[in-house]
Design a protein around this ligand. Sequence first.
Ligand code: SF4
Length: 285
Amino acid sequence: MEQLGFEFEVQPRKLTKVSPARLATFDDCPRRYRMSYVDRPPPTRTGPWAHSTLGAVVHNALRALFELSPARRTPARAAALLAENWQDGGFADARQAAVYRERAQSWVAEYVERNDVSTTPIGLERWVSAPVSPEPGKPASLIIEGRADRIDERGAELVIVDYKTGRRAPDEYEARGSQALAMYAVAAARTLRRPCRRVELHHLPSGTVAAAEHSEASLRRHLTRAEETAEDLRAATDDLAEGGDVQSLFPARPSARCAWCDFRPSCPEGQQAAPPAKSWELLAP
Ligand code: SF4
């Protein structure tokens, strides 16, 4: 069965390309969106964050693991790949980095022990893209695109897998409510021409999997919200190009998040909103 009805014949206006990251950034703080995607050269940023480094290392190790033949995907090999991909950016010192390297080696080794890793995914950090319309029968209004951590093929359907390494284990409500996962499901179904409704968050520190099955209606709800945000960010970007006021088009939205925002050094409002976090404070305990 075809998943969601997309229309391609007539495109009355230029389609906005959006990724889940862009939409989430604009929703969270329009100024951070502007600094991330509009300002060139980009404003001064903080240095690396240890939690981001750790996440990237785990992602790279698991990607390398699934690129091996199934027989070589052992716990020991996973731990070795983690060490080979290791980076120290953002950690307090070499000792803390070593503690987390060992911890992350345990995470990936246990992941291989607990999960069936014998099937080769159909996509590893695969780029997916699709023109979509949230309303059936209407012309496409935006192009969603992005890079999914992993796309599995289970029976006749695809499954979106997203790795997590944060402090808290996500639950099924988070999986269901994730706009990013829903957008990857829609784009993967279109790109790979197979149904895709199941999305999963694999949390390495706790070894848990939070899963959700989308319906056509729930995917459409996510697309409707994505379209609204895409409209707002397109209007703000166009108005800025025509000489609009940058502060009102991309207002700062200070919150606790400012403590670890990459663009804090370039944002006076963010500096006033929260004291700076240490670069290792967001590591999983
Ligand atoms: S520091 Fe806060 S207000 Fe400033 S760009 Fe970052 S998130 Fe937005």
